[in-house]
Design a protein around this ligand. Structure first.
Ligand code: ADP
Length: 446
């Protein structure tokens, strides 16, 4: 059994992992950069070790350093959270080589699903529908043009190693291909050290629907309903909810079964997410698989009553999936707003600085996952997520009104936040009616 967990992350997710560990009675080790010495994950963990300078490459990404800290502190498992090393198969392998449990799937699966072209090919073989597109990596502009003619415009170029919406370009006509191809490749080369590209048909006005899965080390896989993540800005999720307003029992079962098939095809274990696009005619297409816990996992926790972090740790501990997992019932509706330190009135410019006053909302059905507090200085070296506000209600209307009430109660002074933008979306009649898709925010008037 796991005796101590090192958390190779920071911010709200590091705190979330600490909370799960405390409830399971497992001691924790935090690692932190010099910019995070006053961070709450450092304060709440049982032990904390500084691993370097503010820049991620000098701290949270320093693999051998993190392994050494695990050894020195006698931690026997590492939780990578999301981002940083969470989907780095080399790091997962390094853990294994050093007899540390990596809390995630085996390195081979991380690698296989991290290469999105390979993931597509695997799903085609397994009989899971994928978005029409290329099976091979595209290496030159001639092939890119040929493929686009074949798939038919508009198309979307995507980085094989992609993530966070980077290295992605929409191409509507042949004249745009040359520039799009070279800029997307360059962006992917800088972001991921890998310029390889693949191509898909651009599905317009589709919805992003993803399925939470849990798999144990013995081949059992369960799906825990879907999350609707179509409210996105520049391919980045802003508001997520569960269930999706357009998914009924039959569709839920159909998508859930595809997700389980996808997970079984690769022998998945741990918590994971299978992402799909749902087109206007409700056809489902596999998009990618994320081999980690997601930012938006709390909406699933609220409607299922399942603590995903604790289950993920239990799986790493070699426990079987509990039998009741296959029979749980979805209860009510949950929404999550990602609150970022950015100024929606100034084109979402990052707004680092000191939080001078802070008050988290409370009351029925309200949860705030955040690492910030009054006096907290937001470091400029990391992403701008300040926290996630989650509300749960008996139905979607109640979850929305709770969210409006909770956003109004939230006090964050000293920096600009995305809260006014969330409030505007929540007021929108189309959003309230559940009529939206991935391009919704493109024409949204704010
Ligand atoms: P990343 O891993 O970089 O986040 P994803 O493959 O998950 O990239 O895609 C992110 C978002 O980009 C999706 O949620 C969707 O809005 C958009 N997208 C991706 N592929 C397509 C496609 N074929 N057609 C339309 N939109 C797409």
């Amino acid at each position: 059994m796991i005796k101590k967990i090192l958390i190779a992350n920071r911010g709200e997710i590091a705190l979330r992992i600490i909370r799960a560990c405390k409830e399971l009675g497992i001691p924790t080790v935090a690692v932190y950069s010099t910019a995070d010495s006053l961070s709450l994950h450092v304060r709440f963990a049982d032990e904390a070790v500084c691993i370097g300078q503010a820049k991620s490459s000098a701290s949270y990404l320093k693999q051998s350093q993190i392994i050494s800290v695990a050894e020195i502190t006698n931690a026997d498992a590492i939780h990578p959270g999301y981002g940083f090393l969470a989907e780095n198969s080399e790091f997962a392998q390094m853990c294994e080589d050093n007899h540390l449990i990596f809390i995630g799937p085996p390195p081979k699966i991380i690698k296989q699903m991290g290469d999105k072209a390979e993931a597509r090919a695997t799903m085609i073989k397994a009989g899971v529908p994928v978005i029409p597109g290329t099976e091979d990596v595209i290496t030159n502009i001639q092939d890119a043009k040929k493929m686009a003619d074949h798939i038919t415009y508009p198309v979307i170029l995507k980085a094989v190693a992609g993530g966070g919406g980077r290295g992605m370009r929409i191409v509507r006509e042949p004249g745009q291909m040359e520039e799009a191809f070279s800029t997307a490749r360059e962006e992917a080369r800088i972001a991921f050290g890998n310029p390889a590209m693949y191509m898909e048909k651009l599905l317009e006005e589709a919805r992003h629907i993803e399925v939470q899965i849990l798999g144990d080390n013995y081949g059992n896989i369960a799906y825990l309903g879907e999350r609707e993540c179509s409210i996105q800005r520049r391919h980045q999720k802003l508001i997520e909810e569960s269930p999706s307003p357009v998914v009924d029992e039959n569709l839920r079962e159909k998508i859930g079964k595809f997700a389980v098939k996808a997970a079984k095809a690769v022998g998945y274990s741990s918590a994971g997410t299978v992402e799909f696009l749902l087109d206007k005619n409700k056809n489902v297409y596999f998009m990618e698989m994320n081999t980690r816990i997601q930012v938006e996992h709390p909406v699933t926790e609220m409607v299922t009553g399942i603590d995903l972090l604790k289950e993920q740790i239990n799986i790493a501990n070699g426990l079987h999936l509990p039998k009741w997992l296959k029979k749980f019932k979805l209860r009510g509706h949950a929404l999550e707003c990602r609150i970022n330190a950015e100024d929606p009135y100034k084109n979402f410019r990052p707004s680092p600085g000191k939080i001078v006053a802070f008050h988290a909302p409370g009351g029925p059905g309200t949860r705030m996952d955040t690492h910030v507090y009054a006096g907290y200085e937001i470091p400029s070296s990391y992403d701008s997520l300040l926290g996630k506000l989650i509300t749960h209600g008996k139905d979607r209307a109640e979850a929305i009104s709770r969210m409006e009430r909770a956003l109004e109660e939230t006090i964050i002074e000293g920096v600009s936040t995305s809260i006014p933008f969330h409030q505007a979306i929540l007021k929108d009649p189309e959003f309230r009616a559940g009529n939206f898709h991935i391009d919704f925010l493109k024409d949204f008037k704010f």
